[in-house]
Ligand binder design. Structure first.
Ligand SMILES: Cc1ncc(COP(=O)(O)O)c(C=O)c1O
Length: 386
């Protein structure tokens, strides 16, 4: 078993890596005990195309000279072009129906993937969707305000209200839900990102799915890497792996907060989720976060984000997004280049979706593509000259 003491490790935003302790077991996905979790006891609807594919990325792995990169395609979960919210919404909408709600109330940024998928899930179950959109990202253009996710929210018929940044958006959404209740509606409140102990059950289920897939493929993974924002995805995964006794470190690449704040928030929800499934006691060391890839701020792609989007698109034909999975993959590439991941490691990237937002960032991406073209034609000239 690896001894990973990263939660309190490096003073910088980047974690440090300890060497495996002697006796490290070859199978990182070997559960200790056959305590398969009974998730059937929770209300749940069916929204997700699952299991999502778990595939190698051979061209990209060769291009960067290792580690061996794998990808879990949660961008292919179905539901309004897919993404991580599908798994959370199976439990959230299940609970809403069990409580006889007639609508859902939620919140997110203007380009929220969560709001897009929640609006779609509400349609599937005959619920109305009322969403508050925070103008969280500064200096946005027409595309950002109208295209991508927010355009799809309108296609799904969601009622949208806008808010200026800086409010407690969950408190605002609860307040709106209370008003609607006073008007005779039966709202079910879903927090931003679907991140509470109900939504996180979706990623407990994903942990189970991943363990079964790794066993079927007879593959051992050394790391999972993913973007982390409102925390439910990493928290659910960590809680699920802990509950199954699987020692597989999950590296969250923060898209917004500092490492310290993100570790605290993910751990708090992981523990609440573990309590919900009767497996409390998630060690804080299980929550690993790197905040070195946030760039200028939430919703603003760094140069490394744009590079990751272009590199993955051109090596593997896979779309990332400018807010979450692009930053997550930039983290994976940065950690590979710095030698944090060893060339023989099996590193699994959890693709959480988000490509609908690409259309809201057309300008930034077109410029990045142009820069890349210039670099590769300059390299070509050097090669010809040489
Ligand atoms: C595409 C995508 N990836 C990753 C995340 C982060 O997941 P979480 O909010 O559960 O931390 C989000 C959250 O909104 C997302 O939309």
């Amino acid at each position: 078993m690896r001894n990973i003491a990263l939660a309190t490790g490096a003073a910088s935003g980047h974690p440090t890596r300890n060497e495996p302790a002697p006796g490290h077991n070859a199978s990182a996905c070997q559960p200790q005990g056959e305590n398969v979790l009974d998730l059937d006891r929770f209300a749940r609807v069916s929204l997700c195309h699952q299991p999502t594919p778990l595939e190698p990325m051979p061209r990209l792995s060769a291009q960067i000279g290792g580690p061996n990169i794998w990808i879990k395609r949660d961008d292919c979960t179905g539901l309004a072009s897919g993404g991580n919210k599908t798994r959370k919404l199976e439990f959230l909408i299940g609970e809403a129906l069990a409580e006889r709600a007639d609508m859902v109330v939620t919140q997110g940024a203007v380009q929220s993937n969560h709001v897009r998928q929640t609006a779609a899930a509400a349609c599937r179950y005959g619920l109305d969707c009322h969403a508050l959109l925070e103008r969280r990202v500064p200096d946005t253009d027409r595309e950002y305000e109208n295209s991508g996710n927010v355009f799809l929210d309108r296609v799904f018929g969601a009622t949208l209200e806008y808010r200026e940044p800086g409010l407690d958006m969950n408190a605002e959404a609860r307040r709106v839900a209370d008003e609607l209740r006073r008007d005779g509606r039966r709202p079910y409140f879903i927090p931003g990102g679907g991140s509470n102990e109900t939504g996180a059950l979706g990623y407990v289920a994903c942990a189970e799915e991943l363990i079964a897939q790794a066993d079927a493929l007879d593959e051992r993974f050394d790391w999972i890497v993913m973007g982390t924002g409102s925390t439910g995805t990493q928290a659910g995964l960590v809680a699920g792996l802990h509950a199954r006794g699987v020692d597989l470190p999950v590296m969250g690449i923060s898209v917004r907060q500092t490492r310290e704040l993100q570790i605290e928030a993910v751990h708090e929800l992981a523990e609440r989720t573990a309590v919900r499934i009767g497996k409390s006691g998630v060690p804080v060391e299980k929550v690993i976060v790197d905040d070195g890839y946030v760039g200028p701020g939430y919703g603003i792609p760094a140069e490394s984000t744009l590079e990751a989007i272009m590199v993955v698109a051109r090596a593997e034909g896979i779309l990332l997004d400018p807010v979450y999975s692009g930053k997550g993959f930039a983290g994976l590439l940065g950690l590979a280049r710095s030698g944090f991941f060893k060339s023989g490691d099996n590193v699994l990237f959890l693709h959480t979706g988000g490509s609908a937002a690409l259309f809201a960032y057309e300008g930034a991406l077109a410029e990045a593509a142009e820069r890349l073209e210039k670099v590769s034609s300059a390299e070509h000239v050097v090669e010809l000259d040489g």
